[in-house]
Design a protein around this ligand. Sequence first.
Ligand code: ADP
Length: 595
Amino acid sequence: LFKRFWDACRLNFNYLGELFHENPAFVIISWVTTTIQTLFPLVNIILPKLVIDAVIAGGKADHVVLLVLILFAANAAYGLFNAFISSQYLAVRGSLSCMRFLTKISRKAAELDLAQAERKETRDKMEMARNVIYRGIHNDIIQLVSGTISALAMIATTIGLLASASLWIVGAIVATSVLCTVINFRIERDNVDLECENETIMTQLNYYEAVLQGKKFIKEIRLYNLGGWIEMRCKETIDRIRKNITAKNRKWSGWRAAESLVSNTMNYGAYLTYALMALTGTITLGDFTMYFQAVSSFRSNFNHVLSAFAKVLLNAEYIRAYRDFMDLSSEMITASLPAPAATADTDAHTISFDDVSFRYVQDGPLVLEHVSLTIAPHQVYAIVGENGSGKTTFLNLLCRFYDPVSGTIRIDGQPIQSFDIQAYRNYFGAIFQKFDNISFTLADNIALDHPFDASTVDTLMQNVGMLDYVNTLPDRYQTYLNKDLDDDGVMLSGGQNQRIAIARAFYRNAPFLLLDEPTSALDPMAEDALIRFILSQAAGKTVFYVSHRLASVHIADKVLYIHNHTVEDLGTHKEIYARNESYRAFYDAQAKYFK
Ligand code: ADP
């Protein structure tokens, strides 16, 4: 247990360090505040005793008035301090620092490789990391240090006060407190484990709720009336949490009752003893109130320190998840690799696959096996093959979203892993199969973080058949898409959205263009016009074009036929049709529907 606690402390300090680094003023002011808040009750323990003693002794009125005025001034100042510093400054700074950490977590998520991001383990860690913040750990952890130190100071002071009356009462109080601590500590430790267990169940609940509220399934939920069905799953999850909690509560309720009995016995035992002492004149009436206040202050500070122990342990579990997540780093992004060397014709690059095999999941099946081929520049390649044969996977490997499990992909003769990944990826413009636009402005969606050049964009929009539409919008390219960020945002049709995505892919003006079903949302006539545009713009570029439409093999220079988990053939449509039986069957099977 000691080791666990020690590790937990280190994690807590580590996080506090990060918090301090982000916002030192906030941390320091919080510390000062907690210290004042913990120590202030001393005023209300000592001053009332002086007042009562002065009254009983029949002292001068102005002495009593002065004491009460001091008591008033101290409490009034303390109230003002809390109102301004604690409620305003700290609450605001606290939530701002939480927002900052949430952004850090999201930024980290965007940095990870696709393979990492797709793992449930990664998402669970991220969820835990976000929960660290939502649970208010920032205030907790700051107060932990100053709060515990001040509470220890208060414990020492109150023991000192109480010792002047009777040592054996102090002994009894400390002994019973230690006993209660031992009981509480075991309960709390169990609670920590329980909370962590429930947290994992909570991620499921959060997912169900996201499905209910989110856009992904918005139509299906309504069409098939699925609200109740998903709600059932939420209820089942809540029920699991409830059962967990009830089981733990049942286990500890007897101990809780015992703890409460011991602590009440001690409290009122002390009360009675001090009352008797006052009665016999051993202590004054002022002493009596002071001692009783001191006992209750001792108890609450003792509990404070105790709960700090439990908090350290609990925080540690969350911080560990936060750290685990924040310590993840892309396995592909390596510092200080060079960019691929420029070629005389900036768009002429040759990519080759040398015995490349790939699987998505460890121990899973190979999706592509032993792929060897050379991609000559300035050509249009149609990638064809059955559903699930690996066409998108091939593009994923080209973009280096994943690394092959064996074999080498080279650009201009050099392995792509030897280059800075971002510099390499800059060679690609793409429209992905599951393309989407973000709910930013049209300009943002086309230029992204690059400077927006209006005349280039106008030409592009003209070519993808969207300029007339843009001209109908009062704010033109400054119009928002969707309603997430702006109520006046426009909702585009599937085809319009796809045209914007195409414009974006072209705006980058990259040497390679990857088009995964780029016209799937368009009608055949629009598709024809758009393909013509794409190909006219693609002169000088190397284009990979995945399409279910048969026409794609005729417009391409080369067909890349994926079959049996590999690129089975590469050549012009005529060549492969003549020599590859399986391609012929694949082509003919589709062609008969178009006769
Ligand atoms: P295609 O584009 O030819 O339809 P894909 O390349 O998308 O096929 O998929 C090839 C195979 O890889 C399929 O069996 C698919 O289930 C699997 N697959 C695709 N993406 C992933 C992924 N991210 N994780 C695990 N398996 C995947």
